[in-house]
Design a protein around this ligand. Structure first.
Ligand code: NDP
Length: 288
């Protein structure tokens, strides 16, 4: 048996085309959705991500503004930039690209973003809203994964879902979204005893550890849906996931490739979140 490939790129293109339509409708009402991306320093991976995000915005008709700041600016300077963006009516979404330089407190910077413009969904208010079942912005990567599962008609109600990796930006919100969809969720971290015993129970397995190829075919339940969030650069320069693709695809029922799986969906959902922030703002304008 060979697993079906879940084509994140194709689904992302569909989502982006829908966004472009809604952007046009909003423009008729005089609103152009705007995303501000703040990049501090010159981390090469971050530069690529920021470029891709800005390009995707422009292509879908959203306005994007990239603010490039030197790595040695003070934390206060960055906080001031964020506060100015909070007050700028042309900016509906604000994203501070992580990681930040070591002399800055990322949590403090994220808390400075207005929760109503926090299109990454990392603000503590948005994390709390998600946890209590009233999400405003869902973090883009887990949100994109939910879209993929939906488009593949994966039944989540009553399913065993196992998430490996418990970061604030991927693993924890992923677990919350799966739980809200009715799955029975197990959230694993680096201290989990006998990881394979957990992953082998999964009907839906999401892996986000940053450890290349750590989940192998013999850790997967036959027929399971496997979502590989990992983006790691292999010794040959190629991108590899956190799942060992060849052995996994011989066991799984469906699997996301790396690249071309979760990555494109993350960007598509950033556009959705920015559009929806602008739509909410436009509703406010009408009702005011
Ligand atoms: P973090 O480093 O913040 O978190 C990693 C998590 O994995 C932690 O909870 C850690 O456990 C857990 N972990 C590490 N090793 C193991 C192990 N051996 N067994 C079980 N759990 C383990 O990573 P992120 O969540 O930010 O990112 C994870 C991966 O996803 C990376 O490869 C990243 O590049 C990628 N990524 C991809 C995106 C996309 O768009 N496709 C978006 C965001 C991230 P503990 O809590 O105990 O330390």
């Amino acid at each position: 048996m060979t697993a079906r490939l879940i084509d994140g790129k194709a689904l992302a293109d569909t989502v982006k085309a829908e966004v472009a339509q809604r952007v046009l409708a909003l423009k008729d009402r005089g609103v152009v959705p705007g995303l501000a991306v703040v990049l501090v320093g010159e981390d090469p991976a971050s530069q690529v991500y920021v470029r891709n995000k800005a390009a995707a915005c422009e292509k879908a008709g959203l306005h994007s503004r990239v603010l490039r700041l030197a790595a040695d600016i003070s934390e206060q300077h960055l906080l001031d930039v964020v506060r100015q963006l909070n007050e700028d009516d042309a900016v509906h979404g604000i994203l501070v690209q992580l990681p930040l330089p070591k002399h800055m407190d990322a949590a403090k910077v994220i808390e400075a973003i207005a929760a109503s413009k926090d299109v990454d969904g990392f603000h503590i208010s948005n994390a709390g809203l998600l946890m209590t079942g009233q999400p405003l912005f869902r973090p883009c990567t887990p949100y994109g994964i939910m879209k993929m599962l939906e488009s593949e008609n994966v039944a989540l109600r009553g399913a065993e879902a196992v998430v490996v990796g418990a970061s604030n930006i991927v693993g924890k919100p992923m677990a919350m979204l799966l739980l809200a969809a009715g799955a029975t969720v197990t959230l694993c971290n680096s201290k989990t005893r006998d990881l394979g015993a957990q992953t082998r129970r999964a009907d839906v397995l999401v892996v986000a550890t940053g450890k290349p190829g750590m989940v192998k075919g013999d850790m997967i339940k036959p027929g399971a849906v496997v979502i590989d969030v990992g983006i790691n650069r292999g010794p040959d320069g190629k991108l590899v996931g956190d799942v060992e693709f060849e052995s996994a695809k011989a066991v799984a029922g469906a699997i996301t490739p790396v690249p071309g799986g979760v990555g494109p969906m993350t960007i598509a959902m950033l556009l959705v979140n920015t559009l929806e922030a602008a739509e909410r703002g436009a509703t406010h304008l009408v009702s005011a």
